[in-house]
Design a protein around this ligand. Structure first.
Ligand SMILES: [Mn+2]
Length: 358
């Protein structure tokens, strides 16, 4: 119950009688529930899990220490259910996750609840999730190893004439074959000129000799995700391709070398951006250096020139600089890494040398 206790301490600090959680990943983090469409109310003494008949049996099994309360027809509606829980527990100041409550739900709750003050809050659970515990790191490490293995396998499948969508399907299967719960997030496969699109979705385009192929993918293991990108060459690389690849690789490694506990999230971004800018491609690295990864694929810290966070031991983050040249192509190289007191442990271990397949 350590997580629950930590959250309770935060409630006290925020002067709240309770909090209504709606975000699946936060609910999973505090309760262990692996489903969706449910709500948690945490109070100083009680943990209430609100769900409907699809999930009551599952929640009872997955969430020890939580009282399961059922809502939805024929049981009462959500405002009535929350009202009854709050009245029973004496909750007057109820925090809610403001980045999850829709305007519609807010209207419903503010009209339907009597004598309860709704207080918008954000980041209470995320603040605890920022530093991963040993169990969480083990899950991400496993997810990273699964993605590495799938990458080795997909290299044998990529050749001229194979479509991006076929690579996506095969990579998805390779990840799941490792025993992953699921892929970590929708897979990016971008070949040839399309590799200049940082978030390209796979198309029917066939891979051709001379193409860069950017693969951005990960696995999910016990809810935890890994995230990695490798860019490979099909056939033969031109000098320009080798040059751009070398710049991104050096920038990526420089950024990784700059990471350790106590360093600002700006520092590694500066490092990679500085390197790429000096090489003349600063205008073609448009996104931030990386992000936290865990139960969500994108979470704090978001490393960019405006990052306000300090990196801590136990952060799990991505390091993913890229250079994208419109109508030519692009390169991104990404690892998932664990921040330690001395530096980092790279969890995605696939080679970053330029791989050529034919
Ligand atoms: Mn990423």
């Amino acid at each position: 119950m350590k997580r629950v206790e930590q959250l309770r301490a935060r409630l006290k600090k925020e002067n709240l009688d309770g909090i209504l959680l709606l975000k699946d990943s936060n609910i999973r983090y505090v309760s262990g529930f692996t489903g969706s469409d449910s709500y948690v109310i945490m109070a100083p003494q009680e943990n209430i899990f609100i769900t409907d008949s699809r999930y009551t049996e599952q929640a009872a099994a997955e969430c020890p220490g939580f009282e399961i309360v059922r809502w939805r027809a024929p049981a009462p509606g959500l405002p009535e259910t929350i009202q009854a829980v709050c009245s029973r527990l004496g909750i007057q100041k109820l925090g809610f996750e403001k980045d999850r409550v829709t305007y519609e739900l807010y209207e419903k709750l503010s009209k339907g609840l009597n004598g309860i003050q709704l207080i918008p809050v954000s980041g209470l659970v995320e603040g605890i999730r920022y530093v991963k515990d040993v169990h969480e790191v083990a899950c991400i490490r496993k997810a990273a190893a699964m993605a590495d293995e799938a990458f080795t396998e997909i290299l044998g499948f990529i050749r001229p004439g194979v479509s991006e969508k076929a690579v996506e399907r095969e990579l998805q299967y390779a990840i799941k074959k490792q025993g992953a719960d699921d892929i970590g997030f929708p897979i990016i496969v971008a070949s040839g000129k399309r590799s200049s699109l940082p978030h390209a979705t796979p198309t029917d385009k066939q891979i051709e000799s001379g193409d860069f192929v950017t693969l951005d993918f990960g696995a999910m293991y016990r809810g935890y995700r890994s995230d990695m990108t490798r860019t490979i060459i099909v056939g033969q690389a031109t000098d320009k391709q080798e040059n751009i690849y070398g710049i991104v690789k050096a920038a990526q490694e420089a950024a990784e070398a700059a990471i350790k506990a106590g360093v600002s999230g700006k520092t590694p971004d500066d490092c990679a951006r500085g390197y790429i800018t000096e090489a003349g491609y600063g205008a073609h690295f448009g996104h931030g250096l990386g992000h936290g990864v865990g139960l969500d694929i994108h979470e704090e810290p978001f490393m960019s020139p405006s990052c306000e966070r300090i990196l801590e031991a136990g952060n799990v983050i991505t390091v993913e600089p890229g250079i994208y040249l419109p109508d030519w192509g692009g390169v991104r190289i990404e690892d998932t890494v664990l921040v330690t007191a001395e530096g980092i442990e790279i969890l995605t271990k696939a080679s970053k040398e330029l791989i050529i397949v034919s």
